[in-house]
Design a binder for this molecule. Structure first.
Ligand SMILES: [Zn+2]
Length: 81
């Protein structure tokens, strides 16, 4: 069976489905017995979901530069009107 450090090493690849059958079986066995690694895996999954969400949505929030530029332009056009 894997040790905690080995589970941590493979957590990301486990989520990506890149482990072979034997490694997955070892991971599952360890996770069934080790609460710490279960929590670690849950955290990894959550982080990954968020990363994918942000990646899928592109860049939903304009960067600070763009926001500043937009604000400057709005102020300027406001004076002209
Ligand atoms: Zn563990």
């Amino acid at each position: 069976m894997f040790r905690c450090s080995e589970v941590a090493e493979r957590a990301s690849r486990m989520i990506d489905g890149e482990l072979d059958f034997w490694q997955r079986a070892n991971m599952k066995l360890h996770l069934a017995l080790c609460r710490g690694c279960r929590a670690f895996m849950a955290q990894m999954r959550k982080t990954k979901e968020l990363t994918e969400l942000v990646g899928a949505a592109g860049d939903p929030v304009p960067s600070e530069d763009i926001q500043a530029a937009l604000a400057r332009r709005q102020r300027r056009s406001g004076k002209q009107i």
